[in-house]
Structure formats: structure tokens, C-alpha cells
Design a protein around this ligand. Structure first.
Ligand SMILES: Nc1ncnc2c1ncn2[C@@H]1O[C@H](COP(=O)(O)OP(=O)(O)OP(=O)(O)O)[C@@H](O)[C@H]1O
Ligand SMILES: [Mg+2]
Length: 694
């Protein structure tokens, strides 16, 4: 990529990049360089004299944010580090950490994760059933996204079910306040409240925000849009880029209305369209256009590419899931032998739902092909990492009760269930957090002396850790601190004691070590950069670093460089691209998801039509991830529960091939793949030998 902002852009992209004043919307199809416009515009704004810390770029995922930060750095150098590149939620955290106090929120509030919320809701609703609790979680989240609190929800409840949800929501709200915690929805709704109700805070932020850029604008929801409007104020210095055909988060409250409202709310809005696609071959683009064709057009647009016709899209009919996975692996091997793009990272297998990854993982393992599953269980969801995070969260916010409960019992330190229950009752009675209750003078009246003593010991350990974390600066000190702490709590022993399989325990311990390296690395100091040069980065205390950790959901920065095949859900693939893409499980019932009469007896024709439109957009997103080759496979028989039932190719496959550019794969493919695999192995071995010979 060129080193200056603006190089490597076409005229329409340049126009968007150079429109520095008022509001700007770039509306364009997949792969037309919308994200590139955002990165270059960051550079252009800095060139034009805007301080980097007055620019905010909002992306859809943490991973996308990391990638954008990296690209901006290549473009404008170190200054890019000061640009606030983050998701809407991370922006919300920033706002609340800086100004949440006027809402009664302590600076060190904690952010609950899904599991914390489930267990809190189990408590609030008096159930032990996780599914019931998760149901409430969805319902409450939907109410919050619509801007309602429990009182409003109760007032408009239509049946007993909704009344119960509202009552549980009220208890849940109380606990959140008591524990100084927020959930993910709050990260948008509380900043919104903050900026709406506090004029001085609003004015300060509006002055600070010199320009706000938003990627994937079509997937913002109503509250995010309101937040954006409040942030940019009357001056409306913002750039939004998006594609109405890629709106795939309707189920999470995203709404295309935001696209429609933009020109109404900002009459001076400059709308720019991009039509050249730089990502895919013509064959792939045609297939994509055919699939999205039947959807109603919000904004008409034509996409073209001059990357040539390319290979026809392949349609693969697989006997069943295992066979489909084998075919995918065979395809990877055959393409590695014949294509210019033969790195493992050049391949992606995309599917509708997480659970569909399993057979592909198994086949890839068997073929010894390295892969990663993105959009599935992330590093931070692993039990051992959650254990450590709970401790760290407790250091940041002593009142974080879920973190208290987890760290007080992991590893076991003689604090039993009964003790915790008694402590909980005591805390509720006096409206204290568990940690506050622990140090209360009258605790002895409610609990036996021995229990109080073990609790005190735990409390002192936490205080001591907190004190030391506050005074630990730089990565070396942080690493030493973490090592010592793990020894203190005997965490390695805990892992081996609780795991029958030693290999698994060892893998968990490696994860723990990785995590510590990563946390320590963030504390700054003298480090080697990518080129092996010693540089001095800003030193931070361990406590400061820990404060930001609750929100990070993946080790995205690291994953980027891995040379592995990607397995991903279609939703998580948004915005990304690979030379070779395989869409799998493209069956009626899976993609589109359950459109048959039986499953939709109660659905209105409108809601059904809307669902089909969103499914179509999902397929469009999948197709347009491919740069050079695309294969789409479907199952002749598929598993449904424990049964195997006949499968049918998705209607999208037939629609894709309207102009007969699609070729059916034949069984010879497999033979060719085998031959290719042998050839590749021979080449690999030769290369290995050559590398070993001095
Ligand atoms: N003017 C250009 N010249 C050459 N390559 C370009 C140009 N603009 C974009 N590209 C390349 O085209 C590809 C797609 O760009 P980008 O990811 O920005 O598209 P997008 O519109 O954001 O796609 P999506 O809708 O999938 O998010 C990238 O590899 C990018 O580097
Ligand atoms: Mg993009």
C-alpha cells in the first residue's frame, strides 16, 4: 500500500476522502473499497491538520478495529495510534469511564459477560435452569435495545409472560446498580442517557470529536444511531460507509431505517456511490448480483470488476456432512497445488451456524491442515482465562460480585457454598457488595467465626494484590508479578487436579502463560517491534491495563498473522476477504434458514418475506468474501437431531446460476486432488530439504 493518504484510490473514493467538512455517506456494494476509504480518510484528516486524538473510527468488531489500526499506522505512521479506533461498545466504555460519574457510576465499574448475566438472572428469577435465564436475557436485551427500562416494560406488558420478564428486569437493574456493573446494552444506552441529560458533557464531547467515521453503517441499531447523532452534534462532521445489501443483523435490532433517515436528518449530506469492485472476479460478482437481485432496492447500484471473468463458481453436492468436509479438504489441497494463492490463510470455509464447524475441524485435522475457528469460542471464553479475568476484574472493581464469587472459589480456598450464601444474604440485607460485606464489623453476627476468618484472608489477599498491581509498571515487572501470583494461588496445581487428561491440563496451562505474556506486554516499556528493533513504548501500571481487559473478546492482534485456514460463521465473515472461499451447508432449511410452511405456521407473510430478504443478504455477504474462487456445497442428506433426512439444494444455488456460469463438480475432482496432494507433498519435502542443506 502506498505511504500517503489518497494514493491507490479511484475518483469517487477520493471525493469521499476529501470531503472533510459536513456529513458524508458512502453507499456501495461489497468489495468496492468502503473500508479503504475510511482508513485513507483518517490519514487525510491528520494531513489536513486535525489532531489524531480528535478522530474516532467505529468498526463492527474488535478484530476489524485491530486491522484498521494497523492499516492506518502504515498510512500515517505513529500518529495513527492516537486515533480512537474501536467498536460502538468500546466507545461507550470510554464515555462512561470518563464521565459516567454524573450518572452515579464509579470509574471502575465492571462489564458483565454473558455468563455473569445468566447466573445473575438465575438468581433474580429464582431458577437453576440456564435456558430459562438465557431466555430472559434475550428478552431484557431486546427491551433495552428498544430504549425501555423495567418500569416502562411493566407498564406496556401485554401478558403474564411479559409481566414476569419486567419484574425480573427490575430486580436485575437493582443488582446492576448495587454491584456497579453494566451489561453490553448499557454500554450504548447509558452513554446515550449521559449525552442527552448532561449538556456540559455533551458539549465537551462534541468539541472533542473533530470527525467520526463509521464502517458497516447498515448494521447499526437505533440507539447507536442516536449516540452518533449526539456525538457529532450540529456540525455533523462524520463519514458513514455501508451497503444496504449487507445488512445481516436485523435479528439484533439493526435497522435499515438508519440509512433512510440519514438524508432526512442531515439535508446537507453528501452521498457518494462506488461502483468498481476490487475484490472479486466477474463470475463471482455475477453470482452475487443474481442472488441479491430479487430483494427490493433501497438504493440502486451496479457493481463491476476488471479482474477478469475468472473461474466459474463451483457447486458441490455432498452425500452428507462428513463427505462435504472431505470434499472441502480435497479442494484446498487441489487449489494449493494449482493456484497462485496457496498459503493456508488464503482459504476460508464459511457456514451458517457455529455447530457446523465440527466435521470440517475433524477433516482438517486428519489432513494436518492448520485452521482457526473464528466467531466461535474465543480464547477469552476458555474457563482458565475466565478464571484469571475474574481475579483481575475483582482488583479493578471490588464490588464486582460475579468476579468475587468466581475468584473466591477458584482455586478452592476453603470458602464453601453455605458461607457464600450467608455472606450474600448479609450483603443484600445491608445493601452492600460481597466485598464490602466481608469487611463489615457485624459480619460475625451472621457467620461462624471460622468462616469469617477464611473470608478475611481472601479479602486481604485481594487488597494486597490490588496494591501491588497499582505499583507494578512495565512489562517485565508485570510478568514477574503475574508469575508470583499464580504460584501463590497454586493455579497450575488447580488445573491438573481438576482435569483427568494431563494433555488438556498442559494445554490450559499454556493458555494461561500466553495470557500472562499478553497482559504483561500491554504494560509497555522496552520491547522489540515487528522488525526486531528495540523501542520504548508508553509504560502503564498493571492495574490500568487490567481495566481495559474485560471488554476484549479475542486475541485478534495475534490471530492475524497466523497462516491458517479460517472456519467462520457467515456473520463473523463480514468485511473480510480471502482468495478462495467455500460456502458450505447451503441447503434449504439452513440457508435460507427454515423457510418451509411447517416452521412458519404463525408467521405473517410480511415477516416471512423480510426474513427471506435477510437470508438473501447473508448469502450475498458470503459470496462476496471470495476474491478468486468460490465453491458452494450442499448436502444430499443432512443430520437433523439424531436423524439423517434428505436434503435439498438451497434456492440461492439455483438463482446464482441463472446465466449458466456454474459448473457441477464431478468425482474426478477427488482423484485430481489426491494426485495434487502427492505432488504438493513432494514439493514441500524438496523445499524442506533445500532449507536444511547449508
Ligand atoms: N482504489 C483501489 N485500488 C485498488 N484496490 C482497491 C481499491 N479500493 C479498494 N481496493 C481493495 O479492494 C478490496 C476491498 O476493499 P474494502 O475491503 O475496502 O471494500 P469494502 O467496500 O469495505 O467491502 P465490504 O463491503 O465487504 O466491507 C481490498 O482488498 C482493498 O484493498
Ligand atoms: Mg468493508
Amino acid at each position: 500500500m502506498s505511504a500517503t493518504a489518497g494514493h491507490g484510490l479511484n475518483l469517487a473514493q477520493l471525493e469521499a476522502v476529501n470531503h472533510l467538512g459536513g456529513p458524508c455517506l458512502v453507499l456501495a456494494g461489497a468489495g468496492s473499497g468502503k473500508t479503504r476509504v475510511i482508513t485513507h480518510k483518517i490519514g487525510r484528516l491528520i494531513q489536513a491538520g486535525l489532531a489524531a486524538d480528535r478522530i474516532a473510527a467505529i468498526t463492527f468488531t474488535n478484530k476489524a478495529a485491530a486491522e484498521m489500526r494497523e492499516r492506518a499506522k502504515q498510512l500515517v505512521g505513529r500518529d495513527a495510534r492516537k486515533v480512537l479506533v474501536c467498536t460502538f461498545h468500546a466507545l461507550g466504555v470510554r464515555l462512561l469511564r470518563e464521565d459516567g460519574e454524573v450518572l452515579g457510576l464509579k470509574k471502575n465499574f465492571s462489564i458483565l459477560d454473558t455468563d455473569d448475566i445468566t447466573s445473575m438472572l438465575k438468581d433474580c428469577g429464582g431458577t437453576t435452569d440456564a435456558n430459562t435465564a438465557r431466555g430472559w436475557q434475550w428478552a431484557i436485551s431486546a427491551l433495552k435495545s428498544a430504549g425501555l427500562n423495567s418500569a416502562q416494560a411493566l407498564a406496556q406488558a401485554k401478558d403474564e409472560n411479559e409481566r414476569v420478564t419486567a419484574t425480573i428486569m427490575a430486580r436485575y437493574e437493582e443488582r446492576l446498580t448495587a454491584y456497579q456493573s453494566v451489561d453490553f446494552d448499557d454500554l450504548i444506552s447509558l452513554p446515550l442517557k449521559l449525552l442527552t441529560e448532561h449538556l456540559d458533557v455533551r458539549e465537551r464531547w462534541q468539541k472533542k470529536m473533530g470527525h467520526v467515521l463509521v464502517d458497516e453503517y447498515q448494521d447499526t441499531n437505533a440507539t447507536q444511531y442516536e449516540l452518533l447523532k449526539l456525538l457529532v452534534g450540529e456540525r455533523a462532521r462524520f463519514t458513514a460507509v455501508g451497503d444496504d445489501d449487507q445488512s445481516i443483523y436485523g435479528w439484533r435490532g439493526a435497522t435499515l431505517d438508519n440509512l433512510k433517515r440519514l438524508p432526512q436528518d442531515f439535508p446537507e449530506l453528501k452521498v457518494i456511490k462506488l461502483e468498481q469492485n476490487y475484490r472479486s472476479t466477474s463470475a463471482i460478482l455475477r453470482a452475487a448480483n443474481n442472488v441479491i437481485g430479487p430483494n427490493p432496492k433501497l438504493f440502486p447500484k451496479t457493481l463491476w470488476s476488471d479482474l477478469g471473468e475468472g473461474e466459474p463458481v463451483r457447486v458441490v453436492d455432498a452425500d452428507n456432512e462428513e463427505h462435504e468436509a472431505e470434499r472441502a479438504v480435497a479442494r484446498i489441497q487441489s487449489l494449493r497445488a494449482s493456484s497462485q494463492h496457496k498459503e493456508f490463510r488464503d482459504f476460508a470455509i464459511l457456514y451458517r451456524a457455529n455447530h457446523m464447524a465440527r466435521p470440517f475441524e475433524q477433516s482438517l485435522r486428519r489432513a494436518q491442515i492448520p485452521y482457526k475457528v473464528s466467531g466461535g469460542q474465543s480464547f477469552f471464553d476458555k474457563a482458565e482465562i475466565r478464571d484469571l479475568c475474574a481475579w483481575l476484574r475483582l482488583l479493578v472493581n471490588n464490588d464486582d460480585d460475579p468476579a468475587f464469587l468466581r475468584s473466591a472459589t477458584t482455586p478452592k480456598r476453603g470458602i464453601g457454598h453455605t458461607t457464600l450464601q450467608q455472606l450474600g444474604n448479609f450483603a443484600t440485607q445491608y445493601k452492600l457488595s460481597l466485598f464490602e460485606a466481608l469487611f463489615s464489623h457485624s459480619l460475625g453476627t451472621a457467620l461462624p467465626a471460622r468462616a469469617v476468618a477464611t473470608l478475611h484472608e481472601f479479602g486481604r489477599a485481594v487488597n494486597d494484590l490490588e496494591y501491588r498491581a497499582r505499583h507494578t509498571v512495565g512489562h517485565e515487572a508485570a510478568r514477574a508479578f503475574l508469575t508470583e501470583w499464580l504460584k501463590d494461588i497454586a493455579y497450575e496445581k488447580h488445573l491438573y487436579d481438576n482435569e483427568d487428561n494431563e494433555k488438556v491440563a498442559a494445554a490450559r496451562w499454556t493458555n494461561v502463560m500466553d495470557f500472562c505474556d499478553w497482559v504483561a506486554g500491554r504494560c509497555g516499556g522496552k520491547i522489540e517491534d515487528d522488525a526486531g528493533v528495540q523501542v520504548e513504548t508508553e509504560r502503564k501500571t498493571l492495574l490500568e491495563v487490567v481495566q481495559t481487559i474485560a471488554l476484549i473478546s479475542t486475541l485478534s492482534e495475534r490471530e492475524q498473522d497466523q497462516n491458517v485456514v479460517t472456519l467462520s460463521t457467515l456473520h463473523a465473515s463480514k468485511g473480510l476477504e480471502w482468495p478462495h472461499v467455500m460456502l458450505v451447508g447451503v441447503n434449504e432449511g439452513l440457508l435460507p434458514f427454515k423457510m418451509d410452511e411447517e416452521s412458519n405456521r404463525d408467521a405473517s407473510p410480511e415477516s416471512l418475506a423480510q426474513r427471506l430478504q435477510e437470508e438473501r443478504r447473508l448469502m450475498y455477504v458470503g459470496i462476496t468474501r471470495a476474491q478468486r474462487t468460490l465453491a458452494v456445497s450442499w448436502l444430499k442428506r443432512r443430520k437433523k437431531g439424531r436423524e439423517s433426512v434428505p436434503g435439498q439444494a438451497s434456492r440461492f444455488i439455483k438463482e446464482m446460476a441463472l446465466d449458466e456460469n456454474t459448473v457441477k463438480e464431478d468425482p474426478r475432482e477427488k482423484l485430481r486432488a489426491l494426485r495434487a496432494e502427492f505432488a504438493q507433498r513432494a514439493t514441500d519435502q524438496a523445499a524442506l530439504k533445500a532449507a536444511e542443506t547449508p
